[in-house]
Structure formats: C-alpha cells, structure tokens
Design a protein around this ligand. Structure first.
Ligand SMILES: NC(=O)c1ccc[n+]([C@@H]2O[C@H](COP(=O)([O-])OP(=O)(O)OC[C@H]3O[C@@H](n4cnc5c(N)ncnc54)[C@H](OP(=O)(O)O)[C@@H]3O)[C@@H](O)[C@H]2O)c1
Length: 254
C-alpha cells in the first residue's frame, strides 16, 4: 500500500514562485502533496509552473498574479485564502529584488523606496494579513529567505543587506510574539544559488559552481513539515544542511 505524500492536505503560499528559489519551493511542496498558492507578477511563468507541477505528478497550483508592493492586494489574498481554506499551513516568502550594487551614497531615492517596499514592507504586510490564517493551522511554518549579507554587509551591498537585516529583525520579533501559538517562523539562508538575482550581482560568474534552485526543494519540504524547527535565533543555512548529508541533490545538480 502506498503511503500519502508528506505534505498531503497542507495549504501553502509561495511568493517569488515565477522563477529561482520560490519556483523550486513551489514545485517541491506541490510534489510533496501540498496545495500551493503561487504568487508572482509574471502570468506566463505562473502558468508554466502549474504545467510543470502537474507534469511531475504534483498537485495543481493556484495562480495569483500579484505585485507584492500592493499591500491591499496582499490583504485581499489573505481574505480569499480564508474563504477557500480557512487556514494556511505553510508560507514561503521568497520574492525579493537586488536592484544592482552601488555605494550607499549613490542609491537613487526611488530605487531605495522600491527596495524597501519589495523586500521589507511586503514581508510585514504578509505577516499582517496571514497571521490569523497561520494561527488557524495545527502546525504552521513561515519560511523567510534571508542572505549572508544581512550579518556580513560589505561595500556596495548596503541597500540589499539593510533590507535583509530588517527582515531578520522583523521575523525574530514576530516569532517571539507567536511563540506560544502553532506558528513557527524560520529564516533560511540559501547560500549562492543559480538564479537571475545572483547573475545580476555576479555577471560572468561560472554558474556551474552554484547551487541549483531545485537542490533546495528537499529542505523546503523538511522545513514545511510538522517537526519543530526550534527558535529562529539561528538562521537555517542550506550550505550546512547540504553538508550534513540530508540533501537529496548536491549543489550544481541541474
Ligand atoms: N540567488 C541567490 O544566490 C540568493 C542568495 C541569498 C538570498 N537570496 C534570496 O532568495 C530570494 C529569491 O531570490 P532568487 O535568487 O530566486 O531571485 P529571482 O530568480 O530573481 O526571483 C525573484 C522572485 O521574486 C519575485 N518578485 C520580485 N519582485 C516582486 C514584486 N514586486 N511582487 C511580486 N513578486 C516579486 C519575482 O517574480 P516576478 O518578477 O514574476 O514578479 C521572482 O519570482 C530573494 O529574497 C533573494 O534575496 C538569493
């Protein structure tokens, strides 16, 4: 008798699902039996995601074309999830932008505002809209993607590093507030991953040395499960996790 997939019946929301790390998370969660609600701005890429999820035997994906700088849109999404599912078991917030590297004094004010809106304010608006739904789950997991630059900012990375450090502070505060609830917040550092964002930071880099987004899939499934991940004072490192031998696919796997 075949056993049901590990995340069967779980409801997951994945942002940044049109490409890169978020897309890999959406595919892995769908293949593990979760019903994935996928958010991104690019409609065609969302449709491709649904096609691929079904092709590999995963659950059909609910597609939500949404710009996450639209806070009212995030509130409407939360209401819609409440109407359809009454709860949310898994959040993977992978949407994010780099918007180039430059000295802090050279950051154009408009770009700064866009970075904050996309990388910080969207995280706050998601928490604000989704906390009641996550509380309604018996064991919800909210995974936020951070980066090494948050703890180790270097020249020209100021704007990106500042937004990631802010997200870490926000998520740790929220985790403390929700400590006695069913919610467990998780900060995940994926390390260097072969994506559009990485290519923007390091054009011309030998991409064969980078982690494939799909290599992160098993870690997302593990973190989304009901095992207690512990307090988020430690950032979960994909590099350490892969080195521990629990990764199904090694870095560089297509
Ligand atoms: N790649 C790395 O080496 C690395 C390392 C450390 C941390 N990270 C973090 O990992 C996360 C994912 O990055 P990635 O490397 O996978 O980047 P990516 O391939 O460029 O993907 C970024 C995703 O964010 C979405 N997005 C951007 N702005 C949005 C907006 N305003 N509204 C809705 N969606 C938006 C994009 O979708 P649309 O354009 O379709 O909207 C896309 O799906 C980011 O938070 C990044 O900082 C990446």
């Amino acid at each position: 008798m075949s056993s049901s997939p590990p995340l069967s019946g779980r409801v997951a929301l994945v942002t940044g699902a049109t490409r890169g790390i978020g897309r890999a998370a959406a595919l892995a969660l769908s293949a593990a039996g979760a019903h994935v609600i996928a958010v991104g701005r690019t409609q065609g890429a969302l449709e491709d995601l649904d096609d691929e999820a079904r092709a590999v035997g995963g659950e059909p994906v609910t597609l939500v074309p949404l710009d996450l700088t639209n806070g009212d849109g995030i509130d409407a999404l939360g209401l819609e999830i409440f109407k359809r599912h009454g709860r949310l078991d898994i959040l993977v917030h992978a949407a994010g932008i780099l918007s180039g590297l430059r000295p802090v004094a050279h950051i154009p004010p408009k770009l700064w505002d866009t970075l904050l809106a996309t990388n910080i304010t969207a995280a706050y608006r998601l928490i604000r809209s989704l906390e009641p739904l996550l509380r309604a789950s018996d064991a919800s997991r909210a995974i936020f993607i951070t980066a090494g630059a948050a703890a180790r900012p270097t020249a020209f990375w100021g704007s990106f590093a500042a937004t990631k450090a802010a997200v870490e502070a926000l998520v740790r505060s929220w985790a403390d507030e929700t400590d006695s609830s069913s919610i467990r917040a998780i900060l995940l550092d994926p390390g260097p991953v072969r994506t559009k964002l990485r290519a923007e930071a390091y054009p011309g880099e030998d991409v064969s040395t980078l982690t494939s987004p799909s290599a992160l899939g098993p870690l997302f499934v593990e973190l989304a499960g009901t095992a207690d991940p512990g307090p988020p004072d430690q950032v979960v490192s994909f590099t350490s996790w892969a080195a521990s031998g629990r990764s199904a696919a090694a870095p560089g796997t297509p």
